[in-house]
Design a protein around this ligand. Structure first.
Ligand code: FUB
Length: 449
């Protein structure tokens, strides 16, 4: 899977467009991204993540989180994402230590046509502001900026992971964490606290809690947060009748990472009548879990308002058009045996992944491919096979109608092979790629033309 085909980055506050054709997990393919705070503004979803980079000698702390700025990404269809470029950077904010590399998990909210961006980081004047993290605010007229930072951090807020919620009555609340989770009312100016700080202490009292994200649905206030119940973080939630609690533990939204990514950090949104969970995982950096990537999956509620646990997928969200590169390595499901994932280029993980079929009858499933009403006549497959092999593309199931068969000749290099479509199909389809004969066959993407 290739990353962005074209990247244009300018340092500044103006919007710019970097379009990514297909989205699966992870969503951002040309840089690390973490701690996604997703928001619906108008008819688009905006995601405000942290921006992990790798520390080097003299730049950040080796082996630790390293973040110097923020980007914002947006999408109208959850498939095509635009990187609007850098929002703010550590050395352009009056109170921030310009080489702290600690621009951690942010949030953004709209009030009366203004956008308020909240971010935690280290102050330069530790006498005035103390040693730990403080939370700053930057304000813009548009969700993509330009954001103008306030000259000072918010008074009386010490900690990380700010999250803002505005209730139906217009009262705004700020939440943050510092081992525990804290909350307070915000004044209408969104810049100052308007109540005592409350520790939301009814949550499980053992193990780190951070990354609060509060929302309301059908009169229930959901306080969601990562918590170290065992050894690493899992996403949990608690519910209550009031934005400042008391909250009662209600369950787990997502289990701990099966591959050991220590942090998880999330947000939940409803967009076009479907709820989504945004979270992160160290997809591009399996050996170093402080270089993370944002993901999203659909989330569902039970009738009683409880949340169904989200099982992370590579397929993610959004519809893939049949005439785009369908990254079948971002699968919905694969066979138990004979199908393995690998990086295309082990020296450059941002080049993406390939799916290696090592056994005839091995398969992969990729859901939600839109064929519309187009009569596609050709299929292209980017693949290679050391011994040669034949792939089948089917719909509905591994035994479903065969749309195409394509033979990958014996060869050393990955290349694009074309074949005729045997059977036309229409509308939304779930596709199955099945290895008919031969092995191993390494596949990158397929595309209908
Ligand atoms: O990204 C740095 C920190 O890691 C965040 O602030 C926490 O929530 C955790 O994800």
């Amino acid at each position: 899977m290739k990353g962005f085909s074209k990247i244009i980055l300018t340092i500044g506050l103006t919007a710019l467009s970097v379009i990514q054709a297909n989205a699966q997990n992870p969503i951002v393919r040309n840089q690390y991204s973490a701690d996604p705070s997703a928001r619906v503004f108008g008819d688009r979803v905006y995601v405000y993540p942290s921006h992990d980079i790798l520390a080097t000698e003299g730049k950040g702390r080796l082996g630790w989180f390293c973040m110097e700025d923020y980007h914002v990404f947006s999408s109208a269809n959850l498939t095509d994402w635009t990187d609007h470029g850098m929002l703010i950077t550590q050395n352009k904010i009056p109170w921030v230590k310009s080489d702290s590399y600690s621009m951690w998990a942010p949030d953004c909210i709209e009030r009366n046509g203004k956008y308020y961006f909240y971010f935690p980081t280290s102050p330069k004047d530790t006498v005035a502001y103390g040693r730990g993290f403080r939370v700053g605010v930057a304000i813009a007229d548009k969700p993509t900026g330009p954001f103008i930072p306030q000259p000072e951090p918010i008074k009386d807020v010490r900690g990380i992971d700010p999250n803002v919620f505005i209730d139906k009555d217009g009262q705004a609340y700020l939440y943050w964490s510092a081992g525990n989770i804290y909350g307070a009312k915000l004044k209408a100016n969104m810049l100052e606290l308007d109540s005592e700080v409350k520790i939301l202490g009814e949550l499980p009292n053992k193990g780190l809690k951070e990354g609060p994200y509060l929302f309301e649905r059908n009169g229930i206030y959901y306080l969601t947060y990562p918590h170290v119940e065992n050894k690493i973080e899992r996403l949990e939630y608690a519910t209550g009748d009031n934005p400042l609690g008391p909250f009662k533990f209600a369950g787990v939204i997502m289990d701990e990472s099966p591959t050991g990514c220590w942090t998880n950090h999330h947000s939940l949104i409803e967009f076009k009548n479907q709820w989504y969970l945004f979270y992160h995982h160290n997809d591009y950096s399996p050996k170093f879990d402080k270089a993370r990537s944002i993901r999203a999956d659909s989330l569902f509620f039970n009738a009683d308002g409880t949340i169904k646990k989200v099982i992370p997928t590579l397929r993610g969200i959004g519809v893939t058009k049949a005439n785009t590169e369908i990254q079948i390595d971002r699968y919905t499901a694969i066979s138990n045996e004979g199908a393995n994932l690998d990086f295309i280029d082990t020296t450059n993980h941002f080049d993406g992944w390939k799916l290696v079929f090592t056994k005839p009858s091995a398969w992969s499933q990729y859901n939600s491919v839109d064929f519309g009403n187009t009569k596609f006549r050709t299929i292209s497959v980017r693949a290679k096979s050391a011994m040669g092999g034949t792939l089948q593309i089917r719909t509905n199931s591994i035994l479903g109608p065969i749309l195409a068969e394509i033979t990958i000749p014996k060869g050393k290099d990955i290349s694009i092979r074309k074949s005729s479509v045997l059977r036309m199909t229409k509308g939304m389809q779930n596709l199955f790629l099945v290895l008919k004969t031969g092995q191993p066959v390494e596949t990158d993407w397929i595309r209908f033309e």
